[in-house]
Design a protein around this ligand. Structure first.
Ligand code: NAD
Length: 395
């Protein structure tokens, strides 16, 4: 690591960083790191596709490798960005942590909770920082909503709602060999397109204690789900509803959290909040009015006007390691949304309610069985290593 001299942004040291996985997102992260993250220096790139690794290594003037162990022993990086398909996150992240590198992992942490557990345990054992690329947490309305809920303003949970759509074409699924397969991806919308919003939902509402779910492939010719819905029950008896799909535009996104003292709604980048003149439960118990109802008073949340994107997560991760800044996307806090995703999948497959935490051995058996018995012949075209242009806006 280049040694820090003082605490000013210009003087902080740089983390020598390797990027593993040079697909659409990995190449995007190389550019972001180079252009917008003064606390990190791109030291090496890794991909199993020879032509890609040669081209990207030459583009950035850094060392290129086709496997992680060779990169770790030659470069000894301070940090690694893990940007391979999610079923490979554990296989890449664990040896990096064991070799002493801090890891910033793409979402979801893994495709299954047992894989996520393995990465978290390795980070703890080797005392390394493990971050997760949940850049949406830095979007000003989301950050304001999370702060507001954490202040306790909503009170005990009454009900939740999450509508999480994000449209995808059939071509999107066919342009990447690993996508939408049990072997290559380990699930569909729940582990790929929905994780950012599932994370926001869990940050705002917490983790339910039981889930009744259903999953389908509705529009797309794929073997995993493009649509999932679930009834949620929380520890205090509150109920919730969840719907995720790649069938409709993100414009209809909606997350609502209703508490006994107030409510919050997050709709496609806009957050609105309100409080009541009296706590709902207390008013229900004590009011002597037949038609008594609380008055609802809108609350203006202070929303910081700050740019946000992947660079915010990278800078915070690096500044946590270099300067001790609080880590805003710690991987442990990403486990809840993966528990929820896996619970919906398992419940849909088993047609019964699932209690959280998800039973690890049962989920692993389910996934193994799906992988072993998959007969779907996926149509593939050439692998297009291009990421969602929206994910690159603002980076
Ligand atoms: N945070 C975000 O906004 C965001 C957006 C898109 C994708 N992602 C995540 O990034 C990850 C990668 O997605 P993508 O869209 O870039 O996929 P992609 O298919 O474009 O790229 C994956 C790359 O990994 C390489 N690879 C596969 N196995 C490897 C291995 N063992 N070692 C090294 N390289 C290997 C492939 O050759 C390919 O270049 C996924 O986990 C995805 O969920 C996050």
């Amino acid at each position: 690591m280049k040694t820090p001299q003082g605490n000013s942004p210009a003087a902080v040291g740089k983390l020598r960083t390797a990027v593993v996985g040079l697909g659409g997102m990995g190449q995007g992260h190389c550019a972001t790191l180079r252009e917008k993250v003064p606390e990190m220096e791109l030291a090496a790139v890794v991909d199993t596709h020879a032509e890609t690794v040669q081209r990207v290594a030459a583009q950035y003037g850094v060392l290129g490798f086709m496997d992680v162990p060779a990169m770790l022993s030659a470069v000894r990086p301070d940090a690694v960005l893990v940007v391979v398909p999610h079923p490979l996150h554990a296989a890449v992240a664990v040896p990096c942590l064991e070799a002493g590198a801090h890891v910033l992992c793409e979402k979801p942490l893994a495709e299954c909770v047992s894989g996520a557990d393995r990465i978290l345990q390795a980070a703890e054992k080797h005392h390394r920082t493990l971050g997760i690329m949940f850049q949406e947490r830095f979007a000003p309305p989301v950050a304001a909503a999370i702060d507001y809920v954490r202040s306790g303003a909503l009170g005990p949970l009454v009900r939740t709602l999450a509508i999480i759509p994000d449209f995808r074409t059939q071509h999107y699924y066919e342009a990447s060999p690993w996508r939408a397969t049990w072997k290559g991806e380990g699930g569909g919308v729940l582990v790929n397109q929905a994780p950012h919003d599932l994370d926001i939902f869990v940050q705002l509402a917490g983790i339910p204690s039981t889930v009744w779910g259903r999953t389908d492939a509705h529009f797309h010719r794929i073997e995993v789900e493009d649509c999932a819905c679930a009834m949620l029950r929380y520890a205090n008896g509150a109920n919730g509803l969840l719907y995720c799909s790649t069938l409709e535009p993100k414009d209809m996104q909606l997350i609502e959290v209703v508490g006994e003292r107030g409510m919050l709604s997050y709709r496609h980048g806009r957050v609105t909040c309100a409080t009541y003149s009296e706590d709902l439960r207390r008013m229900s118990d004590t009011s002597t009015e037949v038609w008594g109802r609380p008055k609802v008073q809108a609350v203006e949340l202070p929303i910081r006007d700050e740019p946000s994107g992947h660079f915010s997560v990278m800078r915070n991760f690096a500044r946590h390691i270099l300067l001790g800044e609080p880590l805003r996307c710690d991987a442990a806090s990403a486990l809840g949304s993966l528990e929820l995703a896996n619970a919906v999948t398992l419940s849909g497959a088993m047609r019964r309610e699932i209690s959280l935490p998800v039973p690890r051995a049962e989920y692993d058996r389910f996934l193994e069985e799906r992988r072993a018995s998959a007969t779907f012949q996926k149509k593939t075209v050439a692998h297009e290593r291009v990421t969602d242009p929206r994910a690159q806006q603002g980076r």
